[in-house]
Design a binder for this molecule. Structure first.
Ligand code: DAH
Length: 343
């Protein structure tokens, strides 16, 4: 009999509960009306006299132990937030919607990342620019017909030559600012907003983004330019086949338009490339000696290349976006498609 009670004591000591419900079950099992303890007390009468003392002691021990156990287990559950606030901590959490970066920023950051791997650093300049940095120093003197290539927003038009203020029409102005203040070798990338006085359509906008590259050092060649651009298209589009079509920019000589071979595998490829397989992605060239002279770099000692591209256009190609106006409409259904992008 006493052996039996000692077993109960051991069991009660070992007991642990996962929930308040289990504690209550434990309490009823021992302390309930038809529980173990009442049963034992009922048997007290029939215990032989010489055993009564010891029997009484172990039963009391069991009772105290169970009371203590129930109290501490109950307290431990009451201390959890679950019980206090009625909160079910096992429920899945609420999902917070993450925002997405704008596609223009994603593409800009990717381009910066690609060029920074080969030593290009960032440089920027003002969006309100003077005539010298936007035009004249870039080998576009006043009355030069090539000024008409970009419809300009004038902010202030002064009579005396060279002091006009404009909204910069391209990021090439940053080249001039950087070369005026630094010595070769130099390798910079300049992303930023540019402005053109053009009608808004599916393909053009009054404000858009460009990214400019400039590399000046001894013995920089056209082959270096080509290799750099091929590295770039491979890294961005996974396509390294490019062609350089002769073109004209006042600030480079020779100048070229860069096409990337997109392929003709799908119907979309056909549509995007108008059946040619080629897509134009940027302008480039060897920095014109006149530009170097304008910023006091000796063209006999140094040569360099430059390139410039529109970020909107690159993003159109990468994400197959049909209309440039989508970038500024702020339609959530458009923007949230870029959530999974890392940059
Ligand atoms: N500035 C030119 C534009 O806005 C783009 C460009 C072409 C930049 C050739 C360059 C370059 O640096 O070499 O259309």
């Amino acid at each position: 009999m006493i052996e039996q009670i000692r077993k109960h004591i051991e069991e009660a000591k070992q007991f642990s509960a996962q929930s308040p419900k289990e504690v209550e079950e434990f309490r009823i099992q021992y302390l309930g009306k038809k529980g173990i303890l009442n049963d034992l007390f009922a048997q007290f009468k029939s215990v032989p006299n010489e055993e009564k003392k010891e029997f009484g002691q172990v039963v009391n021990e069991l009772k105290n132990l169970v009371n203590e156990k129930v109290a501490t287990l109950k307290a431990s559950f009451e201390n959890t937030a679950e019980v206090n606030s009625g909160l079910d901590v096992t429920r899945p959490g609420e999902i917070y919607e993450l925002g997405a970066r704008h596609p223009i920023n994603i593409v800009k950051n990717r381009i910066i990342d690609i060029f920074s791997r080969i030593g290009f650093t960032l440089s920027d300049g003002p969006e309100i620019e003077d005539d010298w940095h936007n035009f004249t120093a870039l080998n576009l003197p006043e009355h030069h017909p090539a000024r008409d290539m970009q419809d300009t927003f004038f902010i202030e038009q002064k009579q005396d030559f060279g002091t006009d203020m404009v909204l910069r029409t391209h990021t090439s102005s940053v080249q001039i600012r950087y070369m005026e203040e630094n010595k070769p070798p130099m390798r910079i990338l300049s992303p930023g907003r540019v402005y053109r006085n053009e009608a808004i359509s599916s393909r053009s906008h009054m404000m858009f983004h460009q990214i400019e590259g400039l590399y000046i050092d001894k013995d920089v060649s056209f082959a270096d330019l080509r290799q750099t651009l091929s590295y770039f298209t491979e890294a961005l589009f996974g396509k390294s086949k490019i062609r350089l079509r002769p073109s004209y920019f006042p600030f480079t000589e020779p100048s070229a338009e860069v096409d990337v071979y997109w392929g003709l595998e799908t119907e979309t490829d056909y549509r995007m490339t108008k059946g040619t397989g080629w897509l134009e992605i940027m302008g480039c060239g060897m920095v014109d000696p006149n530009v170097l002279k304008n910023v006091n770099i000796d063209p006999e000692e140094y040569t360099g290349f430059a390139f410039g591209m529109g970020i909107e256009r690159i993003a159109l190609l990468l994400y197959q976006i049909g209309d440039i106006r989508m970038y500024t409409e702020n339609d959530i259904r458009f923007l949230e498609q870029f959530k999974s992008e890392l940059f």
